[in-house]
Write a protein that binds this ligand. Sequence first.
Ligand SMILES: Cc1ncc(COP(=O)(O)O)c(C=O)c1O
Length: 401
Amino acid sequence: MFDDISLLPPDPILGLLGRFRADPRDGKIDLGVGVYQDEEGRTPVMRAVQAAESMLLASQTTKTYQGIAGDPEYNERMLAMLLGEGHVALRDSRIRGVQTPGGCGALRIGAEVIRRARPDARVWVSTPTWANHIPLIGGSGLQILEYPYYDPATRGVDFDAMMSALEKVPAGDVVLLHGCCHNPTGADLTLEQWRELTALTLRVGFTPYIDTAYQGLADGVEEDVAGMRHMMSAVPECVLAASCSKNFGIYRERAGGVYFLARDALRAEAVLSNAMSAARQIYSMPPAHGASIVSLILSDAALRADWLTELGDVRSRIAGMRELLASSLEGNAAGTDFSFVTRQKGMFSFLGITPAQVTRLREEFGVYMLDSTRINVAGITPRNIAPLAAALHAVLADTTA
Ligand SMILES: Cc1ncc(COP(=O)(O)O)c(C=O)c1O
């Protein structure tokens, strides 16, 4: 059976993490994997999560199976967080979905349902996009195509190029959008651009597939999703994949959800039945613990307030490190203006240095980032900024790299 099976290379992001862990140097710096770290370089359990876990442990009476769609209260509270109470999609009962194992589970179930509904639909993803989007969505059998998004010259969104490419997408195809904190570039659409994109979506007739994994890490829990809420109040159909890994800091608990906006309540119910059938074929039902934590935090006023406060601290720490990185790189020998880092959103930025500089940073200075030059800004701390800046100055001064 396994005689001829070949060894596959490690996942690029997790493989880098393995190399970082194996590096014996004391001062090594991990800017690779997309996990929040505090000033001490730790990924803490949030206070509200700890409190919710204690409450759950004390009150839990059974560990029997949950339904395929997960906890109905969790799904309800997630939708209220994602769309805002009273959103037209909720008012009209046009949106239904399932709790999933993380955002990855959400993305895959979303793709499975799209394939059932329209097997020949192609999914258009931004250039670049999160590397795992391709296997997660493409693994369902859907064809993936790309539309232009990031402009390395301006370090922002090339909105004109994006709009002209999307203008030509056939009706019935699917366009994957990042709800906020674009991974890997940190370059987001403005609210005005979301409005223009919504108008284009309505004109052209493609279906938006929105992935939101960082709600609350850019400007605020409400602010970050204003664009996608607008789009979802206007379009007839949409798929929304959400992750609680980052904004609740519960990565390993695998809590997410995928929600389908349909033309009416009856169709939404039919789509839900297909999402449940797809989940049943793959993993049967999602793990309960992470979703129970989220559901409790969202429903308990005190826990929710504390979660929002701590998430605000996370946000300011990231913004502070963006400022610090940009100012520490002023006057670099390459003459690069790094102030763009302060304009980008969420955990990631593209530094835009050369592949040789990325390699030198890793090998000579123990600074780890993805080959694409994506850095996790949350990996920067007041303690490592000086050696990090020194390493970057050194490689930027090297004109041969
Ligand atoms: C853009 C994006 N979507 C979805 C996810 C999925 O997250 P998870 O499956 O860990 O909840 C991630 C995680 O890094 C992400 O960056």
